[in-house]
Design a protein around this ligand. Structure first.
Ligand SMILES: [Zn+2]
Length: 326
């Protein structure tokens, strides 16, 4: 397979084709994953602007404050609380000033994580895509726009977060360069992405839940991210590949995608559609299959994380240089 597009990250034109994936929303369009021979990024090829716009429909964001059923929302909120506390502790550990931290969450969704930071005393700002349903019950601290916009010139932060967001962006290097210019001295950058170097990706390839085609435009492994962040002045990395929710669900849904290739992400879609709509019957067979797969998922997640090959990469990096944007 010869791939012809220009690399959105570096402008290069030579690619190594990896494998093809049928999109997870409609099951009709085939995309290739390619590795740029110049910058080594792994990208989903030829995703059009129109396709992306449709892929971020209102259904993607959920309505009001609910995206999943109540019990799942509570589980996810508890996870956000733990994450916010861990991130703040880590930031304080490396910054002796102990001032009120300013937190920027790029791709903040409904702001669940930011609300937890706010309750812990931080100043917060969240950014979202143009498709985000702003206005209708959305929080005041969420703005539609990019940190690359002029309106954010001179805005600097102590903590910047890309929580499962960087893989949705086309120009990764430009974005990380811009962000590093908005970080105060000793500021912390947190990136969580699916781990393309994981055992799950190798095992499930085109059926892997965390490919999320066509929304995920890029696919990262640890070495690529560390090299890119180093180039942009960040250092002191702390890296984990263990995320209980993402990794276990990723295994179960990927196995279901492999077993039922005509129904990609069927259980996930049903879970998302349940919010505000209590028809549980469609979910019952999927949940039965999921329970059978759960013990293997638990074993895989534990073993993979211990060997640094878990399905999710969570990286902390610090900016030790004086802010270059002042
Ligand atoms: Zn490239």
């Amino acid at each position: 397979m010869v791939l012809n597009s220009l690399c959105k990250n570096c402008g290069g034109s030579k690619w190594t084709a990896l494998y093809s994936v049928t999109d997870f929303d409609t099951g009709t369009k085939v995309y290739w994953l390619g590795k740029c021979e110049n910058c080594q990024i792994i990208a989903t090829m030829d995703v059009s602007v129109d396709t992306l716009s449709r892929a971020y429909s209102r259904q993607y964001y959920g309505s009001g404050n609910a995206k999943f059923p109540h019990f799942l929302e509570r589980w996810l909120t508890a996870g956000s609380r733990r994450n916010a506390k861990t991130i703040l502790d880590e930031w304080r550990f490396g910054d002796e000033h102990h001032k009120t931290p300013s937190v920027l969450d790029i791709g903040c969704g409904r702001g669940t994580l930011l609300r937890e930071f706010q309750s812990l005393g931080a100043d917060i700002l969240g950014l979202e895509r143009p498709e985000f349903p702003l206005g209708e019950a959305s929080a005041q601290f969420i703005r539609v726009g990019s940190i690359m916009d002029e309106q954010f010139n001179g805005c600097n932060f102590d903590i910047v977060i890309f929580w499962h967001v960087l893989e949705h962006m086309a120009e990764v290097e430009d974005m990380l360069q811009t962000v590093s210019g908005h970080m105060n001295e000793n500021a912390l950058l947190i990136i969580a992405v699916p781990n393309f170097g994981s055992y799950q990706q190798r095992l499930f390839t085109r059926h892997w839940f965390h490919l999320d085609i066509p929304r995920h435009l890029n696919h990262f492994d640890k070495n690529w991210l560390v090299t890119c962040l180093n180039r942009n002045g960040l250092s002191e990395f702390s890296i984990s590949t263990f995320d209980l929710t993402q990794n276990i669900y990723g295994f179960v849904q990927s196995a279901l995608n492999l077993l039922f290739p005509g129904r990609p992400n069927a259980m996930y879609r049903l879970l998302k559609h349940q919010a505000g709509n209590r028809n549980w019957f469609g979910l019952i067979p999927w949940v039965c299959f999921a329970l059978l797969l759960l013990p293997i998922a638990l074993l895989e997640s534990a073993f993979s994380a211990l060997t640094g090959r878990g399905a999710t990469l969570t990286m902390y990096a610090r900016n030790r240089s004086k802010n270059r944007n002042k």
